[in-house]
Design a protein. Sequence first.
Length: 111
Amino acid sequence: MFCPKCGSIMRPRVKGKTELVCSKPECAYEEKADNLSKEATTTIRTEMVKKEVEDCPVVGGTESIMPTTDATCPKCSHRKAYWYLRQTRKADEPETTFLTCCACGHKWRAY
C-alpha cells in the first residue's frame, strides 16, 4: 500500500499490529489496516520522457581532437566535417552519425 499523502510505501508500525505508517518520517501519515479492503489495488503512473540528443561535443577548442571526414555541408558546401556516433534507437539497430561543418558549424545527421 502507498501513502495517499506523499506516495511512499506504507509499513506496519509493529509486526502483527493493524496500524500502517508512512515510511517517510517527515510525512507521518497513519492508517488503520482495518480500513483497508482485501482487494485494495494501487495504480502507479509512469511517464515516458523523450531524451534530446546531446549537442556535438565540439566545445571550446576541442576541435583539434575531433575526427574529421570528407562530407559536403548542405548549408555552405564546405567539404570537411567533424563527426561522432550516438545510439539513438534500439541496440539492434545501427548508430547514427552526427556531422558538424568545420566552417559554419551547421549540424546534420547521416543515417
